[in-house]
Design a protein around this ligand. Structure first.
Ligand SMILES: Cc1ncc(COP(=O)(O)O)c(C=O)c1O
Length: 385
């Protein structure tokens, strides 16, 4: 049977044509004309003072920590459930990540958990738009304001989502985007830092290029000014090849997201009556980017057995995302029970813009069969027989 992949990047002829133009231009490296044009477009699209194109979202989070002055001894409260890049970013600068549990319904950081974790050492909060669902920014901003903390939005998965009518990525003073191959808009790898404060953008851009600014610009200056290295920096630049691909992807984002949303709606409709799992519910004040579609399996279901069965039928699936506090690298002496429970029961099923309705039907039929076969709940098994 034809395989149905868990993920698939919608990259095609238009993106190839954009890459060919960059090759012809002779400037494939970063911070050239394509990179600058992308940054201008992102700043305008998101209504922020500055947008810095970088190599990935992990780099954007790292630069955010540096630009916001996070240092050794500081505590940064991070969402526990999600790819643990925010906690890694806190560690890059010597700070301590403090893990906040999440809401059981949206899987996003629980504002009450954040409020309970604030100490005199807390300097900021990094909220995650979990697999594309925006967090509760109104409540989070109120907590940040009350305690004088920064608020960063990790919108890695949320390009195209909205919260109270505003775009995900622009919901906090700094927003970090990912353009990784699994995201709604992709250049294979890529990212951006969006900043309301121009000083944050300036700092991030400088540190993203070893602390010396754009080599492309220097090549165009008359005379021979010798650049100086003013900061410890990194090579976090996005190539102009990737920037050109992203220009095409941003033009397609509405259409790609419409297709993902239609698939999510089809899954929700077809699985609504399945008692052995729960489908995601989106609160009325926000929209989802559907980077990943995760169902929550009933506690009686053997997830590994279900996954084995789906994969055996050529259907891609995965565990979803991560509970960060249980990852050995963090050695956290904390408990986040909601996150731990979701980490144990979530199952990611195919979600991308190329899925066809008949493939969704096949996934649903296979999933329904597998959860019934692999549930220890005899009562339900009897009912389903
Ligand atoms: C919430 C979150 N933050 C950060 C990242 C890291 O993004 P990148 O791969 O662009 O560094 C990811 C990747 O999936 C993510 O899901």
């Amino acid at each position: 049977m034809e395989p149905i992949s868990l993920v698939h990047a919608s990259l095609g002829e238009q993106e190839l044509a954009a890459v060919a133009e960059v090759f012809a231009s002779g400037w494939p490296a970063g911070q050239g004309p394509r990179g600058k044009a992308l940054e201008a477009r992102l700043a305008q699209k998101y209504g922020v003072a500055d947008a810095v194109a970088v190599s990935n979202c992990g780099a954007a989070l790292h630069l955010a920590m540096l630009a916001l002055g996070v240092k050794e001894g500081d505590e940064v409260i991070v969402a526990d459930y999600g790819f643990p890049a925010p906690a890694q970013a806190a560690l890059y600068v010597g700070a301590t990540p403090v893990f906040a549990d999440v809401r059981p319904d949206t899987y996003t950081i629980d504002p009450q958990a954040v409020a309970d974790l604030v100490t005199p050492r807390t300097v900021g909060i990094v909220a995650v738009d979990t697999v594309g669902m925006p967090a509760d920014y109104t409540e989070l901003q109120a907590i940040a304001d009350r305690h004088g903390l920064f608020l960063v939005e990790d919108a890695a998965c949320a390009v195209g989502a909205t919260y109270q009518g505003r775009q995900a990525g622009a919901l906090a003073e700094v927003g970090c985007l990912s353009f990784h191959g699994r995201k709604g808009a992709s250049s294979g790898e890529g990212g951006a830092l969006l900043a309301r404060d121009p000083a944050v953008g300036k700092d991030a851009r400088l540190r993203s290029s070893f602390g010396i600014g754009s080599i492309f610009d220097m090549g165009n200056v008359v005379g021979l000014p010798i650049p100086t290295f003013t900061e410890i920096g990194y090579n976090f630049k996005l190539s102009d090849i990737a920037a050109a691909i992203l220009q095409v992807q941003l033009g397609r984002i509405d259409e790609l997201l419409r297709r993902r949303s239609a698939i999510a709606a089809q899954y929700a409709e077809l699985l609504a009556d399945e008692e052995l799992l729960t489908v995601p519910a989106v609160p009325a004040d926000r929209t989802h980017a559907w980077q990943t579609y995760m169902v929550t399996l009933d506690a009686s279901v053997d997830r590994a057995a279900v996954a084995t069965e789906l994969r055996g039928q050529g259907i891609g699936c995965g565990h979803g995302t991560f509970a960060a506090h249980v990852q050995p690298v963090f050695d956290a002496q904390q408990k986040c029970p909601v996150s731990a429970d979701l980490f144990a029961r979530h199952l990611a099923i195919p979600m991308h813009a190329e899925l066809k309705p008949n493939q969704v039907e096949r996934v649903v039929a296979a999933l329904r069969g597998a959860v019934r076969t692999h549930s220890s709940s005899t009562a339900v098994l009897g009912g389903a027989a």
